[in-house]
Write a protein that binds this ligand. Structure first.
Ligand code: ATP
Ligand code: MG
Length: 466
């Protein structure tokens, strides 16, 4: 209590001293001179009103704001973290916004580094936590070489420093434009974000159409944040989305991938996919998803996979993006696999042709990082081997580094009705048994279940017909 009181008293009294230090730190030659406006249009909301629980704060974030403030700068916890704190959720990461330039931030913290070439940020490290510190950004509408806007209205570059008020206006939703000062425990609210959060509403700052044109990814963010936080998207924020969905075609596939990964690994993947479809956004992202969801087994499989992922995320268990994308695209692979076999290709080469085809179509829209697509293909490629229950083959499969992921994948296939339950149950027993029991399990397979040795048999080549 006493500490808080002292902090409050000093944070007010100290202003002039801080400004002196700030000047010494070189602040005079940068954007912060415009900072005289800071906080002017903001509502200052005290701790007893907003009720943020300090126990949910990260130590590293508090040390970062303290360090910057001691050096004479302004510093706040900002964005999603404040929103989550107001919703009584523990934020998964903390961002800090300041009037210090990246170089100045870098000088304050020994363990920090400047990252990004265009949009420069500083990573400040405390133990194994990293806090992302960004300098207040200015309006993209100002005349400057640092900012570029495409004909469509999409912002190509947005890297001009500004004051806190400008920084708030360029954020996406009112709930994301809040600044929390751990020293005073006040929240600065520039766009009515606190009442919106309390009313359970996600609302775009400014004109939604213009803001989506500036950055179409904001449409995906609206869906993701509303699904994750249980916030309702405000009418005017929601209504333009279906009409503007095609704007996503202009977004670089790698950025879409990052955003989709966040969406799918949010712990609310099912709800997010439902919402993406409802708003017509999935066409540009997972072009084949509609087709999959129209087939009963496909829909069941994808839903099981999404449910499974959500449960793992919520239980804080690790989730493999490679596995996840393998499930989303599997039914495409199945269709293509059958087609290639009908065209006369043997099962294994046909499967590999199908895998390549599906990944290539997908990559045009949303580039799955290579490290994930490799896992995805390994999981697919191992599936036929589960059916080869003869000789040494099952023992080899157990030793494969991707066995566990491939087995989990097999269980989903069983549960969705694509392959018999017996197959998954057999593998569960086989993996859990001792060596001699494994041999018995292999011997006791019902007749017809060893057909899987087929791919091993070499066919005699027909003499070329002339
Ligand atoms: P999450 O809980 O997923 O981290 P978040 O809102 O914190 O959600 P971040 O990507 O961490 O998402 O972004 C941090 C903050 O940066 C946001 O709260 C928002 O203020 C701002 N921001 C992020 N992306 C955009 C965008 N596309 N347009 C405008 N502001 C953005
Ligand atoms: Mg965040």
């Amino acid at each position: 209590m006493i500490k808080k009181l002292l902090q409050r008293v000093f944070s007010k009294k100290d202003k002039s001293a801080k400004h002196e230090t700030a000047k010494q730190n070189g602040r005079a030659n940068k954007p912060a001179d415009t900072n005289k406006n800071a906080g002017h249009s903001a509502k200052r909301i005290a701790s007893k009103t907003h009720g943020i629980d300090r126990r949910l704060l990260s130590n590293a974030a508090v040390k970062t704001t303290e360090g910057l403030q001691k050096a004479g700068f302004e510093a706040y916890i900002v964005g999603g973290a404040v929103r989550d704190l107001l919703l009584k959720k523990r934020p998964k990461d903390f961002d800090v916004a300041t009037d210090a330039t990246p170089e100045q931030v870098n000088r304050v913290f020994r363990r920090s580094r400047i990252i990004g070439r265009r949009f420069r940020l500083v990573h400040v490290m405390f133990g194994d936590e990293t806090i992302e510190v960004s300098t207040f950004r200015g309006s993209h509408l100002g005349e400057s070489d640092e900012n570029q806007v495409a004909d469509s209205g999409r912002i190509l570059r947005d890297n001009v420093f500004g004051n806190q008020e400008e920084d708030a206006v360029r954020r996406d939703f009112t709930a994301n434009a809040l600044y929390y000062d751990p020293a005073t425990e006040d929240v600065l609210d520039f766009h009515n974000g606190v009442p919106d959060i309390q009313a359970g509403i996600l609302k775009m700052i400014g004109d939604p159409v213009t803001r989506y044109r500036e950055d179409p990814v904001r449409m995906l963010r609206a869906i993701r944040l509303s699904a994750k936080l249980g916030l309702k998207i405000d009418g005017a924020t929601e209504s333009p989305i279906p009409k503007l969905a095609t704007l996503l075609n202009d977004v670089p596939p790698s950025r879409l991938f990052d955003e989709m990964l966040k969406l799918f690994l949010s712990g609310h993947a099912i709800e997010s996919v439902i919402q993406l479809r409802k708003h017509g956004l999935h066409h540009g992202l997972l072009p084949l998803l509609d087709v999959v969801l129209e087939q009963p087994i496909g829909a069941k499989f994808v839903n099981l996979a999404l449910k499974n992922t959500d449960a793992r995320v919520l239980a804080e268990k690790p989730v493999s993006p490679g596995f996840f994308f393998a499930t989303l695209l599997w039914h495409e692979v199945l269709v293509a696999w059958q087609r290639y076999q009908k065209q006369g290709n043997r099962p294994i080469p046909a499967l590999h042709m199908a895998m390549t085809e599906v990944s290539d179509i997908q990559a045009e829209k949303l580039a799955i990082h290579k490290r994930y697509s490799t896992t995805m293909k390994e999981i697919w490629g191992l599936q036929p081997r589960f059916e080869m229950r003869v000789g040494k083959r099952p023992f080899g499969l157990l030793e494969h580094p991707r066995y566990r992921a491939a087995y989990d994948f097999l269980l989903l296939r069983c549960e969705s009705g694509e392959v018999p339950m017996e197959l998954g149950e057999w593998w569960t027993k086989f993996a859990e048994s001792h060596a001699d029991e494994r041999l018995t399990l292999l011997k006791n397979l019902p007749a017809g279940n060893q057909t899987e040795s087929k791919p091993r048999r070499r066919r005699r080549r027909k003499p070329p017909s002339q």
